[in-house]
Ligand binder design. Structure first.
Ligand SMILES: Nc1ncnc2c1ncn2[C@@H]1O[C@H](COP(=O)(O)OP(=O)(O)OP(=O)(O)O)[C@@H](O)[C@H]1O
Ligand SMILES: [Mg+2]
Length: 326
């Protein structure tokens, strides 16, 4: 990895804990009924922060910018990032709003996700310290639909980052408003890499077939319109693995199946995938190897409770790929 910049990766985005209720047979019952469950845990949550932790675990030098409230949840997530060796000097505490929080009811591969936005949508493009931007190689933003104000700033922020020599990426995650509007298009055109899951790709493009949805996203990203500027699309499909496309006028395609794992809790699978994909991309790996690492990171992440507890080191991910005959 290049050492001329202090950070390989600057992640900007939501920062909140996940309160996980995990039980393979979870069936919440209303009517003041008390139900005993296997596990309740608090872990670092949010797409952006889980991706940042995954990248740090793989060995990238990571800085994070986000907003939390002046409360126990905020201190918990800042402390967790710090312990993961992530620079949090650019994070801001907003005492007027509680830290966002997510409650996840998880039974193996399926989850219900309840989020109180709190400080999650307080981050703005202007909050990103320019002195951090200037010393990073890549800028990644998670959950753009949860942060509409930040999303509106992203085309300019990504252009500014590009001017400073950074590459950029984002993961939109789910749109809780259900609007899936075309506000995403200017971000697509400004970014180098987009990592949605298949269902998100379908909703954004109103195309059901996976290849049609991918082609439409590439079209909207302006692939082929700016000669020489490559764009990469990585579409995640849960237990179905993932597909990636990279190119300018013509693009190459890679596909990868998941590793055979026992699913404990799928929280953070997509964000751990993002971390792996960012690692391979920043290391200039071929597309296929990058996708294989990403899928390995996603697959291993589902073997533990919470988004970050089972995230692999590079050696662990490689070992798992070799053990699976890849
Ligand atoms: N059931 C599973 N078994 C094995 N691997 C899985 C499973 N679910 C997810 N993964 C791994 O995680 C990657 C990302 O999965 P997914 O499609 O769930 O992303 P996502 O929907 O963005 O996740 P998130 O809910 O974290 O946002 C997959 O490509 C795969 O590598
Ligand atoms: Mg996702």
């Amino acid at each position: 990895m290049s050492a001329d910049r202090r950070f390989d990766l600057l992640v900007a985005g939501e920062l909140n804990p996940d309160l996980l209720v995990v039980d393979p047979h979870l069936e919440p019952v209303f009517g003041q009924t008390e139900t005993i469950v296997e596990n309740i845990r608090m872990e670092i949550g949010s797409s952006s922060a889980i991706a940042a932790c995954g990248a740090a675990r793989l060995g990238l030098r990571v800085a994070f910018v986000g907003v939390v409230g002046d409360d126990a949840f905020g201190r918990f997530v800042l402390d967790a990032l710090d312990r993961a060796d992530i620079d949090v000097s650019g994070c801001r505490i907003d005492p007027t709003v509680p830290t966002g929080a997510t409650v996840i009811l998880s039974r193996g591969a399926d989850r219900a996700i309840l989020t109180a936005v709190g400080a999650i949508d307080r981050l703005r493009g202007d909050d990103i310290p320019r002195e951090l931007l200037a010393v990073a190689r890549h800028l990644h933003v998670g959950s753009t639909y949860l942060q509409p104000a930040l999303a509106a700033d992203l085309p300019d922020l990504f252009a500014e980052a590009r001017g400073l020599g950074l590459t950029t990426s984002f993961d939109c995650n789910w749109d809780p408003t259900g609007a899936w509007d075309d506000g995403i298009d200017p971000i697509l055109r400004a970014a180098d890499l987009f990592m949605p899951n298949l269902e998100e790709a379908r909703r954004i493009t109103a195309r059901t077939a996976a290849p049609a949805a991918a082609s439409e996203l590439l079209r909207r990203a302006g692939v082929g319109r700016e000669p020489g500027r490559a764009f990469t699309l990585a579409v995640k499909h849960g237990a179905g693995g993932a597909v990636a496309m990279r190119g300018a006028w013509e693009y190459e395609v890679a596909e990868a199946a998941v590793l055979p794992v026992e699913v404990v809790d799928s929280t953070g699978a997509g964000d751990s995938f993002d971390a792996g994909f960012l690692y391979g991309t920043l290391a200039d790996w071929p597309l296929r190897d990058t996708l294989e690492l990403a899928v390995a990171c996603g697959s291993l992440a589902v073997t533990g409770i919470g988004g970050t507890t089972a995230q692999p080191t590079l050696a662990q991910a490689r070992h798992a790929l070799v053990a699976a005959g890849r």
